[in-house]
Write a protein that binds this ligand. Structure first.
Ligand code: ADP
Ligand code: MG
Length: 816
């Protein structure tokens, strides 16, 4: 045993001297022992010693609850053990592997007889079925979930003050004697009032609406109080502070960094804290630390059990930070290992289909555009062309602000696929967007070529290639017969470019030779879906496009399986869209403004309030909004309505009318996201703007400002929360999507932002955007490990392999 046993021995000897009163260390022996044992267990390399060590239950001691006689016996046992450990027991029967492989769980488990950390939480003493149900609602099902159910923050009650040192308005902690506690009426409600004192003075304490407390606080009880110091009639008073008795036990509600857990109704903070403490003490030490110890040392990371314990009940701020770093590292590292594996898998398992450049064809096409490509578009196009000529399938993420010209670049690539005799697919999140892309791509092709025929779902252009180019729209609304015909023609290779929703790959549409798949809106199209593309028995090149700009490091971390291209420039002449957050009382002036804009010939969008329940209810709300607006507010104007429940033909009709200027105002549900391009639309009015995320608001705003006229975005918010207020302030002041995304991440955390849950990526809970350094560290370590042992086959990586399998399958992702 390489760790010094000296401190422990000294403490136990002191404890013996003090008559086994659990007073040798501040905070009690149990806490000290656990810490010491957590470190000690790592340095034991001798199996016999380890067995003895476990018999002492040092990692999970329960000294506080032993009788004096039991304490005496136990201390003597430990002292014996220490003597042996120091002498260095040489009678090794079998040497133990190093820490990382040491399956500590089963050994320690003897202490907690039932269940493993993957058992349902009902194995925990004190968790009844009904309590378990409440936790289940929070997504906490197993003991492991509970261990990873981290507080969202801590209150710092760690600095004890004397009563004479209290400051009004501060959160303070005191240790005091109760002089008197009684029930009183405060504001008509039975409450508790107490007078407590220490050697420097007295102070009044009230607990509103909690009369029962009085009984629990007899005179002379020693109590710890933590809370805000108020002033009442010139006297200091603690108002409903956290409290607990100053006993020998470790404090959990006061006098330390106290965890605040995300709660729902029916879970009381004190109850959860108490429970969590118990769970951590009993179970945290059984979590297997899956990181190789050599890596942990190099990166100076805490042990996993210690990190979990400290994330809940930290000893101080510094350890709390280290705990978070360890846990965030885990998330990023596992994520990174997974995406690296996917990338290798994608690029090496099946050969791709190199396309030849066909420069002449592309040249004619690009020259036919009514504008010049921006330098950024040109650069990205070159990156794509280089990739497409490789025999490895392209796997690229294209980032660019709304309206930066991604679709145009993607269309060029699709034509290249067609020119090489391959098919191309363009997939977007909604049917309306599919319809619009179909229109836009058709329009681009019709400029360079000649429109041969134009049926509702099928356009044919000649003059571009040596044969006609066929473009199809494939969406759910098509009549069955027509759909089957399209499906057959796609399979026959008779159709060059297919535009549709993500259902294209899910609904079993088969391609003859799919050479390039373009996917719009990354955050709704995860790794799993991308893999599905490949399972057509053919490895197409894949281009994923997103209007969510993120930092390079973050992109590499979250989408490390994709190469990255960025269009960081808008076409010339784009304007700043004036954005304003309006209070409810400004609604009338917003309407008046909108009316004036329409009078000047502009058009406007109104996004209906967000109704959560269902698309049907959403549609109903939109209809109601539309009716009241057209009857009561804008009776003199021409309004149109768009919602997800309308038949496609009708949606199309409304959009066409809006685009052609037959409508002044388009009232739309947020679900449709009105991904349409109407240059004359200059006003965007968003209802219940406080309920949207920044990126969504930015998407809405991107619908205007596409023409020459100054454009406006008005955001109505009834009663925004603090976070919503922050968002509205940000969107008012920041136009740049990149900066917005960074801000959004700060507010929300990456997991939520990218919807990693839906995309099959593991959750990110502890990792933050501000962790750029950690992101890079995790990525570098993952690359290093991946190079050494890509299949995680080495024995020292077996726990890691297990953990990978666990996190990457839980959310439907696959680890290959
Ligand atoms: P994104 O897909 O990035 O949102 P689009 O490709 O749909 O952007 O382009 C948005 C609008 O800008 C379209 O009307 C398109 O015709 C136009 N556009 C694209 N590239 C340019 C350019 N280089 N110069 C001028 N307008 C452009
Ligand atoms: Mg677009």
């Amino acid at each position: 045993m390489s760790i010094s046993v000296e401190p422990l021995r000294k403490i136990l000897e002191l404890e013996h001297k003090k008559g086994y009163t659990d007073s040798a260390v501040i905070g009690g022996l149990d806490r000290f022992l656990r810490n010491w044992a957590g470190r000690a267990i790592e340095s034991i390399t001798n199996s016999q010693q380890l067995t003895r060590f476990h018999k002492l239950h040092l990692t999970n001691p329960n000294y506080a609850s032993l009788t004096k006689q039991q304490r005496k016996q136990w201390v003597s046992n430990v002292l014996d053990f220490l003597v042996g450990a120091e002498a260095g027991e040489r009678d090794e029967t079998q040497p133990l592997p190093v820490v990382s492989q040491m399956p500590s769980k089963p050994r320690v488990r003897t202490i907690t007889p039932e269940g493993s950390i993957d058992s349902p939480i009902t194995v925990i003493r004190g968790i009844s079925l009904s309590l378990a149900t409440k936790f289940n609602k929070l997504g906490v099902n197993t003991v492991r979930d509970l261990l990873y159910f981290f507080p969202h923050r801590h209150l710092d009650y760690s600095q004890r003050k004397f009563i004479s040192q209290l400051t009004e308005g501060e959160e303070e902690t005191i240790i005091a004697n109760v002089w008197q506690a009684q029930q009183i009426r405060l504001g008509g409600r039975l409450s508790t009032e107490a007078i407590v004192g220490d050697e420097t003075g007295n102070v009044r304490v009230v607990w509103f609406n909690n009369p029962y407390l009085a009984k629990g606080l007899p005179t002379n009880t020693r109590i710890v109080l933590s809370g805000r110091v108020g002033l009442f009639k010139g006297q200091y008073v603690f108002e409903s502070p956290e409290w607990e008795l100053a006993e020998d036990r470790e404090l959990i509600h006061t006098g330390r960094l106290v965890p605040l857990y995300p709660l729902t109704q029916g879970l009381r903070p004190r109850q959860v804290r108490k429970l969590m403490k118990q769970v951590i003490d009993q179970w945290a030490w059984q979590v297997e630390d899956f990181l190789p110890s050599e890596l942990k040392e190099r990166c100076n990371l805490l042990q996993l059990p210690q990190a979990i314990a400290q994330a809940h009940y930290p000893e101080d701020e510094a350890v709390k930070d280290r705990a978070r770093v360890r846990l965030a590292f885990d998330e990023l590292f596992l994520l990174q290992l997974g995406v690296l594996a996917k990338k290798r898998d994608w690029q090496e398992s099946q050969p791709g289909n190199p396309l030849s450049a066909r420069t002449a064809v592309l040249d004619v096409f690009v020259r036919s555009f009514p504008f010049e490509l921006t330098a950024a578009q040109q650069r990205v196009l070159n990156e794509l062309l280089t990739d497409l000529q490789e025999p490895r399938p392209m796997s690229r993420l294209l980032q660019g602000e709304v309206g930066s010209g991604k679709t145009v670049v993607a269309t060029i690539a699709l034509l290249l696929a067609a020119a090489n005799g391959y098919q191309g697919a363009f997939m977007v999140p909604t049917e309306i967007l599919a319809e619009q892309h179909f229109a836009i791509i058709s329009q681009l092709l019709s400029r360079a070529g000649h429109e041969e025929s134009k049926e509702d779902y099928l356009h044919v252009y000649s003059g571009l290639l040596s044969r006609p180019v066929t473009v199809a729209l494939f969406i759910g609304d098509i009549k069955q017969v027509r759909k089957q015909e399209l499906q057959r023609r796609i399979l026959d290779g008779d159709i060059d470019i297919v535009i549709g929703t993500h259902a294209l790959i899910q609904k079993g549409v088969e391609f003859h030779r799919l050479g390039l798949a373009v996917v719009d809106e990354q955050h709704r199209f995860g790794v799993t879906q991308r893999s599905a593309l490949r399972q057509k028995g053919f490895s197409p090149h894949v281009l994923v496009m997103t209007a969510t700009p993120i930092s390079r490091t973050l992109a590499l971390t979250l989408y490390g399986d994709l190469d990255l291209s960025v269009i960081d420039q808008l076409p010339p002449g784009r304007q700043v869209i004036k954005t304003k957050w309006l209070k409810p009382e400004q609604r009338d002036s917003a309407y008046a403004f909108l009316r004036r804009q329409v009078a000047q010939g502009r058009q406007a969008f109104i996004i209906c309030p967000l109704v959560e329940e269902s698309e049907a209810i959403q549609a109903k709300a939109a209809i109601a909004e539309y009716e009241s607006l057209s009857k009561e507010v804008f009776s003199e104007l021409r309004l149109g309505l768009l919602h997800g429940r309308m038949p496609a033909a009708e949606k199309e009709k409304v959009m066409r009318r809006f685009r052609s200027g037959e409508l002044d105002i388009l009232v739309s549900t947020p679900v449709v996201e009105v991904g349409i391009d109407v240059p004359n639309a200059a006003v965007m009015l968003v209802e219940s703007a406080d309920r949207f995320g920044l990126s969504q608001l930015h998407q809405f705003r991107g619908r205007v400002g596409r023409g020459q006229e100054q454009s406006y975005c008005m955001l109505l918010a009834e009663n925004p929360s603090e976070v919503a207020r922050a968002r509205l302030d940000i969107i008012e002041n920041i136009q740049d999507g990149f900066a917005l995304a960074e801000e959004d991440l700060k507010l929300r955390g990456p997991g939520e932002f990218f919807g990693t849950r839906q995309s099959g990526l593991p959750d990110l809970r502890m990792a933050k955007l501000s962790d750029v350094g950690l992101l890079e560290l995790a990525r570098n370590e993952a690359i290093r490990l991946f190079e050494k042992d890509p299949g995680l086959e080495k024995p020292e990586h077996s726990l890691l392999a297990k953990e990978m399998a666990r996190v990457w399958t839980e959310d439907g992702g696959e680890w290959s």
